[in-house]
Design a protein around this ligand. Structure first.
Ligand SMILES: [Zn+2]
Length: 146
């Protein structure tokens, strides 16, 4: 069952990701990305990519959104929206999002080129056989996690 409760909820989340995308700092790649996380309580936390002249220091929109949510005290993400020309979270972001997700967490990927297209999927679909803290026998405080 999807956790996307309503079309308006999904629209609000996508709008937040699009607003974040407009704030992206990406002078090197010119590949702006926006992301927004809807936490278990319905609050929305967003982030954009932030590049650096030292390329390896770039920060992804998805991880920035996750950081904003965690800073806001959230530990379980229900829906994550990503907006970009090609909205494909990198492997690192998939693993970080997994940390705060459960089996019902959904992703809304808004691809903007060559034409706008919306794809919904799950972290499990994007990151099969992920490093799973539970399987690894790692204890952690209460939060999401598959
Ligand atoms: Zn990433």
């Amino acid at each position: 069952m999807t956790q996307i409760q309503s079309l308006s909820q999904a629209s609000r989340l996508i709008a937040a990701a699009e607003a974040a995308q407009r704030r992206a700092y990406c002078p090197y790649s010119r590949f702006p990305v926006g992301a927004a996380v809807m936490a278990e309580d319905g609050t929305i936390h967003s982030g954009c990519n932030i590049e650096n002249a030292s390329y390896g220091l770039a920060l992804c929109a998805e991880r920035n959104a996750a950081a904003a949510a965690v800073l806001g005290g959230k530990r379980l993400f229900k829906v994550v929206a990503v907006v970009a020309r090609l909205a494909r979270p990198c492997g690192a972001c998939r693993q970080v999002l997994l940390e705060f997700s459960d089996k019902t967490t959904r992703l809304i990927l808004v691809h903007q080129a060559p034409r706008r297209r919306i794809e919904t999927t799950s972290l499990l679909a994007l990151l099969p056989k992920a490093f799973n803290p539970r399987e690894a026998g790692l204890r952690r405080a209460r939060n999401g996690g598959l």
